[in-house]
Design a binder for this molecule. Structure first.
Ligand code: NAP
Length: 248
């Protein structure tokens, strides 16, 4: 098992990529701290993990609220006595060009998609240091590397996640904490299938040279590699999981 006895906190684990990652990590031997701001969604993912005979707990936390994130990391450490992996995955979509983007929507997108990554790292790192090191994987996006019409705040946040990942990699290498990002293309999750781009799925598929959207578990496998010791000499990197989208 690739994560045997590792303790992994996963945010936004009630749906989509986070949910697939939580279930995969548990099958790979991790004790998974399943977190989402919707308690019932986190609980449903945990139920599937427990049904598979694997181990974990569910903790409600909104990644944009510092007190809740502090509590999440405390709970994980108190329950298991260590914290080895953080998957900063929670995020929201936002579809507006700047002229139509309200200040409120800008702050909400930045608060969840970028500040959330900062807060999770800030409160996980002390426990990872006590655990002898760790691996942080941030869910950025291809849209942190290339533009896309009409998603200004989302792209700005994800670009921030890519460079924040590099900075944290430099700051915490001395503590044996690696920090990497995954950058998915368009993935078949509720964010895409039920969000503002839901009418454009066939078109979005054509933007990926492999000719289709990705599946959540295909991102989860990238997270697994970066979380595990198999990637022990990788830090500060962005792993594209995008069917070739950014290869053009
Ligand atoms: P998803 O199915 O919507 O899952 C995201 C989960 O995070 C949902 O349960 C969501 O709740 C939750 N969440 C939202 N705000 C939160 C908050 N403040 N605190 C804690 N949890 C919160 O979306 P996904 O596609 O799996 O996205 C996961 C991550 O991948 C995001 O960071 C996203 O930007 C990134 N990503 C996705 C794609 C894609 O094509 N799907 C591509 C590149 C990157 P609600 O359902 O209520 O919002």
């Amino acid at each position: 098992m690739r994560l045997k006895d590792k303790v992994a906190v996963i945010t936004g684990a009630g749906s989509g990529i986070g949910r697939a990652t939580a279930i995969l990590f548990a099958k790979e031997g991790a004790k998974v701290v399943v977190s989402d701001y919707k308690e019932d969604a986190a609980r449903a993912t945990l139920d599937d993990i427990l049904k598979n005979g694997c181990e974990g707990i569910a903790v409600k936390a909104d990644v944009s609220k510092e007190a809740e994130i502090q509590h999440l990391m405390e709970e994980a450490f108190q329950r298991y006595g260590r914290l080895n992996v953080l998957i900063s995955n929670a995020g929201i979509g936002e579809v507006s060009p700047v002229e139509e983007l309200s200040e409120e929507a800008w702050y909400r997108t930045i608060d969840i998609n970028l500040k959330g990554v900062f807060l999770c790292a800030k409160h996980a790192i002390p426990y990872m240091r006590k655990s002898g090191g760790g691996s942080i994987v941030n869910n950025a996006s291809i849209l942190g590397h290339v533009g896309f019409p009409g998603t200004a705040a989302y792209n700005a946040a994800k670009g921030g996640v890519v460079i924040l990942t590099k900075n944290m990699a430099l700051d915490y290498a001395k503590d044996k904490i690696r920090v990497n990002a995954v950058c998915p293309g368009f993935i078949r999750t509720p964010m895409v299938e039920e969000g503002a781009v839901k009418g454009q799925l066939d078109y979005l598929a054509t933007l990926h040279p492999l000719g289709r959207l990705g599946e959540p578990v295909e991102v989860a496998y990238g997270m697994l590699f970066l979380a595990s010791e198999e990637s022990s000499f990788i830090t500060g990197s962005s792993l594209m999981i995008d069917g070739g989208y950014t290869a053009r």
